[in-house]
Design a protein around this ligand. Structure first.
Ligand SMILES: [Fe+2]
Length: 281
């Protein structure tokens, strides 16, 4: 007697199982992974690092996107986790806000909780900090003012010296505020340095000769959704190689791209939110 391969009951069971798996995946993608923060630990070897800074921690936080769309409690809980690490240096690599009707209210609650480094803290702006079309200087000034009130200086093309480490902040390229030549000229080439640049494409634009070291970026969010073994389908960069993590570049430079703490849309798959905890070496 021939056995039926597909019975009605079997098909119903398969359908129910697929629906449950689909529901679980959707739940994970929209409700779980966007808030499943990973503290990524890495060494950060810096040329001519003063002995007193060896072993110190530098925490990178990027792309917080304070707005009506990002959970305030998630951000504040994440900041508490960072503060508990008692980092020596904290750097922020832009996109503090996304502009919507809740941004200003949310800034008032979230910004006072931004963690700071025991030795120093520095920030740069990203394209979203410039509001609509990345062109609203008044929004940039509001973000700068709120960070200033929290005691966090925004470097627009200047250097902050923290215990002998020069931290150079470059302004945002999509907002057309970047001045690479002026920024690099303010570094003393023989002393330890690290560069903050929101958009990783900056590393391929302009003349970087004379700078050998790390550039810390954000902006891509790791693509937010990344199919396994394939590049993320949406990546807001010219060089699609620049997804997330470490990239060795020409001229003795190294790029690190943080996957972002917040999001523009509440969806993540295979690209967990990240705070990077570097150990200076
Ligand atoms: Fe961003």
């Amino acid at each position: 007697m021939k056995r039926k391969l597909f019975t009605r009951r079997g098909m119903l069971r398969l359908g129910a199982a697929s629906a449950a798996a689909g529901g679980a995946t959707l739940g994970y993608t929209f409700l779980l992974e966007p808030f499943w923060l990973e503290l990524v630990q890495r060494d950060l070897p810096i040329r001519n690092l003063p002995g007193s800074l060896k072993g110190k921690t530098l925490v990178q936080i990027s792309d917080i996107h304070v707005s009506g769309r990002v959970s305030e409690s998630y951000l504040i809980e994440s900041f508490k986790r960072v503060a508990e690490l008692r980092p020596d240096i904290v750097v922020y690599t832009g996109d503090f806000i996304s502009l919507d009707e809740e941004t200003e209210n949310s800034m008032a609650k979230v910004f006072p909780q931004l963690p700071k480094g025991r030795m120093g803290t520095a920030a740069i702006l990203g394209n979203h900090d410039y509001g609509v079309n990345w062109a609203e200087e008044e929004w940039a000034q509001r973000v700068i003012g709120a960070l200033d009130a929290r005691g966090i200086p925004v470097l627009r093309k200047g250097v902050l010296d923290v215990g002998g480490l020069q931290i150079l902040g470059l302004d945002d390229s999509w907002a057309e505020k970047i001045d690479l030549a002026k920024g690099l000229a303010s570094l003393e080439p023989e002393r330890a340095a690290v560069v903050l640049s929101h958009n990783p494409d900056t590393v391929d634009q302009g003349d970087w000769s004379g700078y050998e070291g790390w550039i810390l970026s954000g902006h891509t969010h790791g693509g937010q959704c990344k199919p396994p073994f394939l590049p993320p389908p949406i990546l807001p960069v010219v060089n699609k190689r620049y997804t997330a993590g470490h990239f060795e570049l020409s001229g003795g430079r190294n790029l690190y791209i943080n996957r972002a703490l917040g999001y523009v849309h509440q969806v993540r798959f295979n690209s967990r939110p990240e705070v990077t905890v570097f150990k200076l070496a």
